[in-house]
Design a protein around this ligand. Structure first.
Ligand code: NAP
Length: 339
């Protein structure tokens, strides 16, 4: 399958190197130069064993033309870049080709709203870290999820799944929207709140306001997902938690066992001074909630806090958790307090 990978960071580099390991070379398009290999070498270590590509074919997007007629473009940049560069990609596809975004949150849907059927939905449960330009560490034995945003399984989703499945584990789902929401629910609460608190989930739950904020952010996002008609599907844990009580505590223990001790990726973005993906995570919940008339004061307050962290007006810390809760209360009451 004639494939272009746009974004040669942690995930794009991992997929490219693992495809090459199976003797499938793919051209790559890199960004502004922070992480991509430049004429050197692309290597993967960690879970799944080592893989290496010498002198991978890397070029700026402008170097590719309509005549290249790719059957698949894997869009593996961060969310903001994906939304910017995505509309420039369909012209590089062969008729019937697919654009596969693999970002968190609402990116696949936002691009599909703009570009139509050419977008095949995707998300990643693979964990990868860019150690240095062209050096990727695979952190888990996760998988990519691929499917039609409108639901059901299509021949093209099966084809793309089988092709990328030569490189990494891929699951083709008839319920991609449900899978996206399941991941989003955890990103909204585990990842974003961890970034706000500057702590792992296990640590921030023990801080004042931590548990209340987790419950409210999760339940609010779940209410929006259900209002949208999505059926969140199981992803390590059941997406719909039991009512408060012993069963809910047991559910929380499962979430903690899976995610409780990981350093939140959004915290790493803040520490590196990079923009976060909060707009397509908690911000997506707020946007969809607004369209559906579902209130999202807690996620809105979390977005505000992360924007203040990005600007450097605040520093991550557990002391922010009660402030976010208070701000969410202020939003409920339509008051105008800020951080
Ligand atoms: N890594 C993970 O474990 C993981 C897991 C689940 C989901 N995700 C999601 O997957 C997405 C990618 O994550 P990542 O960790 O792989 O990010 P990353 O390491 O930052 O890689 C993104 C790459 O995209 C490149 N890029 C930016 N603009 C570009 C453009 N216009 N054309 C071509 N390349 C461009 C960047 O290059 P420059 O730096 O040179 O600009 C960078 O190398 C994110 O949405 C993330 O949330 C990642």
């Amino acid at each position: 399958m004639n494939t272009l990978i746009v974004g040669v960071g942690a995930l794009g580099g991992l997929v490219a190197a693992r495809l090459r390991e199976r003797r499938r070379a793919v051209p790559l398009s890199a960004g502004r130069g922070g992480g991509a290999p430049r004429g050197g070498r692309l290597s993967v270590t960690g879970v799944g064993g080592p893989a290496r590509v010498d002198a991978p074919a890397v070029a700026a997007l402008e170097a590719y033309a309509a005549g290249d007629a790719f059957e698949l473009i894997v869009l593996a940049t961060k969310a903001r870049d994906a939304l910017e560069v995505g509309p420039r990609l369909p012209r590089l596809l062969a008729p019937g080709g697919a654009l596969l975004p693999i970002q968190n949150g609402g990116v696949s849907q936002l691009l599909a709203d703009r570009l139509g059927e050419v977008v095949l939905g995707g998300l990643s449960n693979l964990g990868a870290t860019l150690l240095a330009p062209g050096e990727v560490e695979q952190r888990n034995a996760g998988h990519l999820v691929v499917g039609e945003l409108t639901g059901g399984v299509s021949p093209r989703a099966e084809r793309v799944g089988a092709w990328l499945g030569r490189a990494v584990e891929v699951r083709v789902t008839p319920n991609l929207a449900g899978a996206v929401w399941s991941k989003l629910l955890l990103n909204c609460s585990v990842t974003t709140l961890g970034a706000v608190a500057g702590r792992t989930m296990r640590e921030y739950l023990a801080a004042p306001g931590g548990r209340a904020l987790f419950d409210r952010a999760y339940d609010e996002a779940l209410a929006v997902a259900l209002a949208s008609g999505a059926r969140p599907e199981r992803m390590l844990v059941e997406p719909v938690p039991p009512a408060p009580g012993p069963a809910r505590e047991a559910w929380l223990d499962q979430v903690l066992a899976a995610y409780g001790d990981l350093k939140p990726s959004m915290l790493q973005d803040l520490e590196r001074g990079r923009a976060t993906e909060v707009d397509v995570v908690n911000g997506h919940v707020v946007d969809v909630g607004r369209r559906l008339g579902a209130p999202t004061p807690v996620n809105a307050a979390i977005v505000e806090a992360v924007r203040a962290l990005e600007r450097g007006d605040l520093a991550p810390g557990p002391a922010l958790l009660p402030r976010v809760l208070a701000r969410a209360g202020a939003c409920d009451a339509r008051e105008s307090s800020t951080f």
